[in-house]
Ligand binder design. Structure first.
Ligand code: DAH
Length: 340
């Protein structure tokens, strides 16, 4: 076999081998077998010496072509199979980040918790309309005709061609009236909802906020039932060891009326920022439903009695969380909301 034949044979082998390079390792094997000093290509080149002088230029040229070709092809193939990390490095073993879930707004979560506690004591939940008439918001609740709460400065009235008594409810006590009108005792329910007042917006008040109203009507309901119910609720919701203070007060729709304070759940009565150093937190207004109110709603006050209470939800959330500006609850700032 002449050297020229051997060169052709080697070209065939090189073609086959280069075509089977799939990995970086294959490429290295190819290089070690064919392209190093002791490789197949150099071995044939070394034998050029023995070729007769007249044939040397031709054989040399053919060999050079093979050499150039194989070097080029190999460079390309090696480039293709070499894995190179470009751009940011990725750690495929890192655990997945979980989906970012939403959560209930603190007002909603608080209302839900309050509903849960009263449900466990046998209370239902009732709702009424935000747009009310004067009768349900004031009249039937025993507000005098000239009561200042009816004033334009406190109440948002709704413009209407035909009526002048349509308004946005100023408290959830309006729902008491609707429940008493539509149900017969025994009645046990709480009534959460939005209320509206024509107030200047500040860190302590908004024109739109939430209240929860409670109502219990049956035979022989007394002030003792009111106290027991509120204390059971507050001990479950705020603090199992809370102490209470019942102060006399006035509401047109209850007689007698009271405001209920609870020892501060944070400092246990010794004085702190939450209770403004008084040791006490006001938790709700309450009282025995006024006989006039029962009568106005079709319930006989000689047969039935009951108690009612009401409080603002935003204040509860602020007390529990230490949020000191009511507006923060409505700015939808994720830095605030993500904490709940
Ligand atoms: N409606 C009162 C308010 O808006 C709160 C209230 C006080 C509700 C006493 C009641 C109650 O049911 O008995 O300030």
């Amino acid at each position: 076999m002449t050297l020229l034949d051997e060169i052709e044979t080697l070209r065939g082998i090189l073609e086959q081998d280069v075509a089977s390079i799939k990995t970086q390792d294959d490429a290295e094997q190819f290089r070690l077998r064919h392209l190093v000093k002791k490789g197949t290509v150099q071995a044939l080149t070394d034998r050029l010496r023995d070729v007769p002088k007249e044939e040397k230029p031709h054989v040399g040229k053919v060999l050079n072509e093979v050499r150039t070709w194989v070097n080029e092809v190999f460079a390309e193939v090696r480039e293709r199979v070499t894995t190179r990390v470009t751009g940011p490095q990725i750690d495929l073993t890192l655990p997945l980040r979980g989906p970012i879930g939403g959560s209930l707004h603190p007002i909603t979560a608080t209302i839900d918790r309050i509903i849960d506690i009263f449900s466990s004591m046998g209370f239902d939940v009732a709702e009424g309309p935000d747009v009310e008439d004067d009768g349900h918001n004031f009249g039937k609740l025993n507000f005098a005709e000239d009561h200042p709460a009816r004033d334009m400065q406190d109440t948002f009235f709704v413009a209407s061609d035909s009526r002048s008594d349509i308004l946005l409810r100023t408290h959830t006590s309006s729902v008491q009236v609707r429940v008493m009108e539509s149900q017969t005792p025994p009645i046990r329910c709480i009534m959460p909802g939005r209320v509206y007042r024509n107030e200047a917006v500040s860190s302590r008040s908004l024109a739109e906020f939430h209240q929860i109203e409670g109502l219990y009507i049956d035979r022989n309901v007394t002030m003792a039932d009111l106290k027991g119910t509120i204390m059971a609720f507050a001990r479950s919701f705020y603090d199992a060891t809370a102490e209470f203070r019942f102060r006399t007060s006035y509401f047109p729709f209850t007689e007698p009326s009271c405001e209920i304070d609870m020892s501060c759940f944070l400092c246990k009565g010794t004085g702190c920022k939450v209770c403004k150093h008084s040791g006490w937190l006001e938790i709700c207004g309450a009282g025995m439903v006024h006989p006039n109110v029962l009568r106005n709603c079709g319930i006989d006050p000689d047969e039935y009695s009951g108690f009612a209470f009401g409080f603002g939800v935003e204040r509860v959330v602020m007390m529990l969380t230490g949020i000191d500006d009511i507006r923060k609850l409505y700015e939808n700032d994720l830095r605030v909301l993500r904490q709940f």
